[in-house]
Design a protein around this ligand. Structure first.
Ligand SMILES: [Zn+2]
Length: 282
């Protein structure tokens, strides 16, 4: 066994959703955001339609997921965020206005982190255990900041495909790793001038199924990252449901939230995990 999962399970599966709404666009292109209704509306599909459709799918499956929500989204789309919380899903931090932290110094990043914690607490009464960095940008000092602010885990890095540790001055921070292969944006999002085309959901189902099957053999942690404004489209929610139903037919799969995976890692896995060859270098 490469990694020891609870109750003798062979692998873990997490469905995660980054509920950006308009926030990433507002941060990245503030001038364009003042006039481009088209860009804003593309992203408003998430709170207007996608979240509800995804929540209904998760309810049909009786499956808890992890939602990473920027502070801006919590303030501006509070009813949808409240529905997510009240359905029992995990809520994690995801920036304030989806700030890509690669452009921030440590002091500014700390201020942004504290602002988002205050918003999630104030709007939703949530103290998140986990953090997913906007656009998966992480600075070398970010894990230390997260640990100092009481986070259990980060879920933004690609250094392994089982949970691992990021060393900080205050001890290890669990990492629940992500990867581009399991992100909906490069597959489904239309971007003018980009090389990607809109993928056939059937092809994506096959690709994600193959990755799941192979990771299951490898005792991996299959963390899928989707966005309500992208994957909230009807055929894509259907794809997610079909994928989960297929994965449930496989024995020994632990369906969990990121927080449950990180808690397991901190309590048991960290001590009990058998790390792959090459050690924990990350
Ligand atoms: Zn995001």
């Amino acid at each position: 066994m490469r990694y020891r999962w609870p109750d003798g399970k062979q692998s873990a599966v997490v469905l995660s959703f980054d509920f950006d709404a308009e926030s990433g666009f507002l941060f990245r292109e503030p001038e364009k955001a003042k006039r481009s209704l088209a860009d804003l509306e593309e992203r408003r599909f998430g709170p207007r339609v996608g979240v509800d459709r995804i929540l209904r799918m998760l309810d049909r499956l009786r499956l808890r997921a992890s939602f990473f929500i920027p502070g801006w989204t919590a303030v501006n789309h509070l009813p949808q965020c409240t529905l997510i919380r009240d359905a029992g899903h995990e809520i994690g931090a995801h920036g304030n206005v989806h700030e890509a932290v690669g452009s921030l110094d440590a002091a500014r990043e700390k201020a942004v982190l504290e602002a988002q914690l205050a918003i999630l607490q104030g709007q939703l009464g949530v103290r998140p255990a986990g953090y997913r960095s906007p656009s998966w940008e992480v600075n070398v000092w970010t894990p230390g900041l997260l640990k100092a602010h009481g986070f259990l885990y980060d879920s933004s890095l690609m250094g392994n495909d089982v949970p691992y540790d990021l060393e900080t001055a205050d001890g290890p921070l669990a990492e629940v790793p992500v990867q581009w292969l399991l992100d909906d944006a490069p597959l489904f999002r239309h971007v003018y001038g980009a090389t990607n085309a809109i993928a056939d959901p059937g092809r994506v189902l096959q690709m994600w199924s193959k990755e799941f099957a192979a990771m299951h053999r490898e005792n991996g942690c299959f963390v899928l990252t989707c966005h309500p404004f992208i994957s909230g489209r009807a055929s894509r929610v259907a794809l997610l449901e079909e994928l989960v139903l297929a994965m449930r037919r496989v024995r020994g799969v632990w369906f969990a939230t990121c927080e449950e995976v990180a808690s397991w890692h901190a309590k048991q896995g960290r001590a009990g995990a058998l790390m792959p060859e090459g050690g924990t270098e990350a």
